[in-house]
Ligand binder design. Structure first.
Ligand SMILES: [Zn+2]
Length: 290
């Protein structure tokens, strides 16, 4: 599932004018998400016994906040994957990577810090003595890192297949502890964090109203009584389904606003009437409580 911040930025991108900086932020979020998604799909293909957890945030009592892209439980260890979708030519440095004037902190340093914090979290949860590894995965084949020495904790796109094959080869059934541990971690994880600082200010009355295409996400115009046809990608979808997505989008963007049929109808630019929107809300509410 996409992170909430990304969903909000995508919605705002369709409903208001983002400036260049905001568009770049959205682009980076999307790139990061696509990279993580592609890599965890690969891990999900593992045939040997494993548990894969994705996108977890923790705030342990005795260490800094931890954000994990992917966490794999396999044989007798836990592997933390920090996934990076960087592209271009970079020069390796122990503190940072450089591309012309741009510098980014060496992600291996972050991964090591995450590993140490994570070990403290495990101990807080009553799981000691588990072997933890932290790897940085560069998923983009168009990423080159000059002057980097071989490091078993750094996996480049060209090495992902070999890494997965190695996991398959050495994997043995894991102990029962991992089921217990993964449940404990799921319970301790914080809800998805919204990065409010990076999200531009917005108001209901200034955002563009309408329903969005389920395939490409753009606001649609060609709407008949029951269906819409997207002008951008040509997809034909049902109005009702688009209104349900708009409802979820509204709740994401305005969690404090009380929604009613009239407001939802206005949010969807009148695609459905007040009473039709009210009916949809009622159905959704029943479903949520089922
Ligand atoms: Zn479309």
């Amino acid at each position: 599932m996409k992170p909430v911040t990304l969903l909000m930025m995508e919605a705002l991108n369709e409903r208001m004018n983002l400036d260049a900086e905001e568009k770049r932020y959205l682009g980076n979020l999307l790139k990061g998400f696509n990279g993580e998604f592609a890599f965890s799909e690969r891990l999900g293909d593992l045939k040997c016994e494993h548990i894969l957890l994705k996108d977890l945030i923790f705030d342990p009592k005795y260490s800094g906040q931890i954000q994990l892209d992917a966490l794999l439980f396999i044989k007798d260890c836990v592997i933390i994957y920090e996934v990076k979708n960087y592209s271009g030519d970079w020069i390796h440095g122990s503190e940072c990577y450089r591309n012309g004037d741009i510098e980014i902190p060496n992600p291996l340093i972050q991964a090591t810090r995450t590993k140490n914090n994570f070990k403290r979290l495990l101990s807080e949860l009553g799981f000691d003595g588990i072997f933890v590894e932290a790897c940085v995965v560069f998923v983009n084949p168009e990423f080159t890192l000059y002057q980097a020495e071989a490091d078993k904790n750094v996996i480049f796109a060209s090495q992902i297949n070999a890494h997965i094959a190695r996991l398959e080869q050495y994997a043995r059934p894991y102990s029962f502890e991992f089921n217990r541990l993964s449940s404990a971690l799921r319970a301790a994880a914080l809800p998805d964090k919204v990065f409010h600082k990076q999200i531009p200010a917005y108001r209901f009355d200034t955002l563009q109203k309408g329903i969005r295409c389920s395939v490409c996400g753009c606001l649609v115009q060609g709407i008949s009584q029951r269906r819409y046809q997207c002008n951008r990608c040509g997809f034909i979808g049902l109005n009702n389904e688009a209104v349900i997505r708009a409802l979820q989008e509204f709740q994401l963007l305005f969690p404090e606003k009380r929604l009613n049929g009239r407001l939802l109808s206005e949010w969807c630019d009148g695609v459905l009437s007040h009473s039709q929107c009210k009916k949809i809300m009622k159905e959704r509410l029943t479903q949520n409580f089922e």
